[in-house]
Design a protein around this ligand. Structure first.
Ligand code: SF4
Ligand code: SF4
Length: 124
């Protein structure tokens, strides 16, 4: 039997990972260095979202300059995930974020699942 793997892809107008609320993100916080944790906490807005997140347009206002820990390419280093497990790990992280932020049956979750199957960013 051949194992199938999915490539991870981000979707537009999601931003579930930009909900930084420390009470909901203890695992992520624990993986950061002290300096990164300090930066992370300085970005938490009163509503729990990152202060750089445009909640209306659901996008990062500083995308090109976002911190290293916002980059999915850094997940492997932060959580010591081997390269061949990175896509699956990223998919699990996104699904967890989307579930807690928008709900497991939300349109965003469906869009994310569809994008992983199709291998594209989910813009319709
Ligand atoms: S949770 Fe995943 S799919 Fe959604 S914006 Fe973040 S990286 Fe992209
Ligand atoms: S800096 Fe941008 S990518 Fe990082 S959490 Fe804030 S809004 Fe999201």
């Amino acid at each position: 039997m051949t194992a199938t793997t999915q490539d991870w892809t981000c979707i537009s107008h999601c931003g579930a990972c930009c909900r930084l609320c420390p009470e909901e993100r203890s695992e992520a916080l624990a993986a950061l260095s002290e300096a990164q944790r300090h930066q992370y906490l300085s970005m938490v807005g009163e509503d729990g979202w990152c202060i750089h997140f445009d909640t209306g347009g659901r996008r990062c206002r500083i995308y090109a300059d976002r911190p290293e820990f916002c980059r999915v390419s850094q997940l492997g280093d932060l959580f010591a995930v081997p390269d061949h497990h990175l896509d699956q790990f990223a998919i699990c992280c996104c699904k967890q974020q989307i579930r807690t932020t928008y709900g497991g049956r939300s349109l965003t979750m469906r869009k994310f699942d569809r994008a992983q199957r199709n291998g594209s960013g989910g813009d319709e």
